[in-house]
Design a protein around this ligand. Structure first.
Ligand SMILES: NC(=O)c1ccc[n+]([C@@H]2O[C@H](COP(=O)([O-])OP(=O)(O)OC[C@H]3O[C@@H](n4cnc5c(N)ncnc54)[C@H](OP(=O)(O)O)[C@@H]3O)[C@@H](O)[C@H]2O)c1
Length: 484
């Protein structure tokens, strides 16, 4: 299979926060890989902008080092790296001051797409939008890319949307959720809407329940201060898991077009019922002999912020009425894995009798690692001794099925940045979607704050608190094992 790389038109990309962690780890190496793939034209410009006192040469050195450290090791000779670095520039710019903006304006070419990546803390988003406008950089060809977190609650998300809307049209605003750039996440739509097989069964009549797990093995590490004000609900559930839920539950859009897709996702969020308090389990990882626990990591022995959350929710519409969705995410768990599992109902009648046991088809979509899909089907256990049934997986790993092409597929940031340049907003969140997600999330957070709920402690390296297992056991169901 041959990968198709369609070059984009030459562009200018300004990375505010061009010296920061995200720029060095993801954005710049990602752009380099697109350059190597022939997608980014040589006459494009990448302009780092931050307060540090650097010139082009010093910034190019920083970018080269970042690529060496985080570049992903794909084959690309040093000549190509030199050619890429020639596209890289630096303009010392302060989001909160007026220095650098005129120079930035001079450096940017007229009459081509100009994208401004806000890879800075969210408190600077409004300043950047306002100065882009005031210094004449915001033109009809401008696009802004806004990193998460997009607001802290509904009120702050509305305020941020309003600030950005003062200077930019919604079609110019790209709210990034890198989960949506993952190959497998997009594949969810291909699997659902490109096959006849699944869609007729994709509803409450045939699906028993759906579970979504995003598990991390790392703790909060150096992000303790930020994380403790946020927690797993705001940091992961409100955005990443919510987006996965939307893609798995939405109605087929009439076409694969940004607003058609986002309209359907929005309907899912708006149809989410409030979650009962006893259907939410929050947890904090405990210390081990060698490693600190959550409260040590955030340096607050009384912290009530969750590093784990599991919940059961319902979508009130014709397709899903009565089907529970179980969602969980957490840090310091058993394995790093993201998976969506659609668990189908039992066959209505077993011709093999009760002794044959209970067998269910499960479609599991692995987002990471080892991206792929598994469909559990029931077969006869081979050999004599009567009809004994066995569930076996039809297992498809992208890496095996697609070979080197799967490995060469752009990572989430690469793909999403190219989508910004092309002007395709399908994989970016619209303002109303973000607000609807907060409108669902806020009362849940207010509820546990009012009740003074304390998160349950869980062992590092486990599957989360015991109560999270009970959340499903009580319903006669169980979570799939967290494993690589
Ligand atoms: N890191 C990640 O993996 C990750 C993942 C998802 C989302 N995000 C989000 O991405 C954004 C950036 O995160 P990060 O981890 O890269 O942060 P970071 O490492 O702290 O970098 C912040 C950047 O902002 C610049 N900056 C700070 N104040 C500035 C000002 N007044 N004017 C201009 N530039 C300023 C800093 O450079 P100077 O000090 O030189 O000005 C630096 O380049 C945040 O919103 C974060 O939530 C990050």
């Amino acid at each position: 299979m041959v990968s198709r790389v369609i070059p984009v038109d030459p562009f200018d990309l300004v990375i505010f926060g061009g010296t920061g962690d995200l720029a060095r780890r993801k954005i710049l190496p990602g752009l380099f890989r697109r350059f190597c793939a022939g997608q980014m034209p040589e006459s494009s410009q990448i302009i780092g902008a931050a307060r540090s006192d650097l010139d082009d040469a010093a910034y190019r050195k920083m970018v080269g080092d970042a690529i060496a450290e985080f570049g992903g090791g794909r084959a690309c000779d040093s000549g190509t790296l030199d050619a890429f670095l020639k596209t890289v520039h630096y303009v010392k710019t302060d989001a909160k001051g007026d220095g650098g903006w005129a120079e930035l304006n001079d450096r940017i070419q007229q009459d081509r797409v100009r994208a401004f990546y806000f890879s800075v803390g969210p408190s600077l988003f409004g300043d950047l939008a306002e100065r882009l406008h005031r210094f004449g950089l915001a033109t009809p060809q401008s696009r802004i890319v806004v990193e998460k977190p997009f607001g802290h609650d509904l009120e702050s998300a509305k305020a941020l949307n309003a600030t950005l809307a003062e200077h930019f049209d919604e079609t110019q605003i790209y709210r990034i959720d890198h989960y949506l750039g993952k190959e497998t996440v997009q594949n969810l739509m291909a699997v659902r809407f490109g096959n006849m097989l699944f869609e007729p069964l994709w509803n409450a009549q045939y699906v028993d329940h759906i579970q979504i797990t995003v598990a991390e093995t790392v703790g909060v590490g150096g992000r303790g201060g930020y994380y403790d004000k946020s927690g797993a609900m705001r940091d992961m559930m409100q955005n990443h898991l919510m987006q996965l839920l939307c893609l798995i539950a939405m109605e087929p859009p009439a076409k694969f077009d940004p607003d058609a897709v986002r309209d359907e996702k929005l309907k899912v969020i708006r149809a989410l019922e409030p979650v009962e308090p006893h259907h939410i389990v929050r947890g904090q990882y405990a210390p081990t002999k060698n490693e600190p626990g959550y409260r040590d990591d955030v340096d607050d022995p009384k912290s009530r912020t969750e590093s784990f959350i599991a919940l059961k929710c319902h979508i009130s519409n014709w397709r899903w009425a009565g089907t529970p969705f179980y969602l969980r995410t957490g840090k310091r768990l058993k394995a790093r894995t993201s998976e969506i599992a659609v668990v189908f109902k039992d066959a209505p009648h077993s011709i093999f009798g009760v002794d044959a046991g209970r067998h269910r088809n499960v479609l599991a979509i692995r987002l990471q690692p080892n991206e792929g899909m598994t469909l559990d089907v029931t077969i006869k256990e081979p050999g004599p001794g009567g009809m004994r049934l066995l569930d076996v997986p039809l297992d498809m790993s992208f890496a095996e099925a697609l070979g080197p092409e799967a490995e060469e597929a752009p990572d989430a940031y690469e793909r999403l940045i190219m989508d910004v340049i092309r002007g395709n907003q399908t994989l970016f969140m619209r303002g109303d979607e973000v607000e609807a997600a907060w409108a669902w999330t806020d009362p849940l957070i207010a509820g546990w704050q009012d009740r003074n709920d304390v998160p349950k402690e869980y062992d590092a390296g486990s599957s989360g608190p015991e109560d999270a297992l009970m959340l499903m056991h009580r319903d006669g169901r169980k979570w799939r094992e967290i494993k690589v």
